[in-house]
Design a protein around this ligand. Sequence first.
Ligand SMILES: [Zn+2]
Length: 189
Amino acid sequence: MKVQGELTLPGEELAVIEEFIAGDGTYELNGIVRAAVIGKIFYDMLNRKSNVLGIKKIIFQSLKKAKYVVGIINTVKEDIAQVSVVGIEEKSVAPPISAYLHISQITNKKLNSITEAVRVGDIIRAKPLSYTFPLALTIKMKDLGVIYAKCSRCGYLLMKQDENNLKCQRCGNIEQRKIGVYMVRKSGS
Ligand SMILES: [Zn+2]
C-alpha cells in the first residue's frame, strides 16, 4: 500500500485485491490493483476500494474551493476574451486551463467594447462561473478584474490612477480597465 494522497503514475501498484479492490482511475491485473491515470491516491477505507483522482479531478476540486483564479488575456474578439488560467489563488497551474470571459460578465455598467475593460496581455483576477472546460469566468465583483497591465502605446507598466483608469508612468497614456486588486501602485498611495 502507498500513502493516502500520494501522487501516482499509471501502472504503479496500489494494493492487492485482498486489501482494496479496483475503484476509479485504477485497473486490476492478476490480483494487483494499479493506477490507470496520473493523480492522487485515495484509499476508500469504507468500501475497501483504491481510487486515483486524476489531475483533472484535482484541478476541478481546487477550482471549486478557490476564491479566485489568475489568468492572462490571450485574445479579444468581439464580445469574448480568451483567457489562460495560470493560477488558482496563489498556486500556479501548468499547463494553463483555457477559459473565456464574456462582455456580460465584466460590469453592470454599459460597455461599448470589451477593450474598455480588458486588453490582450492583461493579467486578471477572476472567478469561475462553471466547472466545465473551457471555464467561463466573471470579473463582476469588486475585487475582480485587471491586476497587472502594460501600456498599449509604449509597453511600460501601467499604474492605478483611479477606480477606472490606469496611467503609464513613462508616456502619460491613460487607459480604461475594469480594475481588480491592482498590484502596482504609485509610491505613497
Ligand atoms: Zn506608455
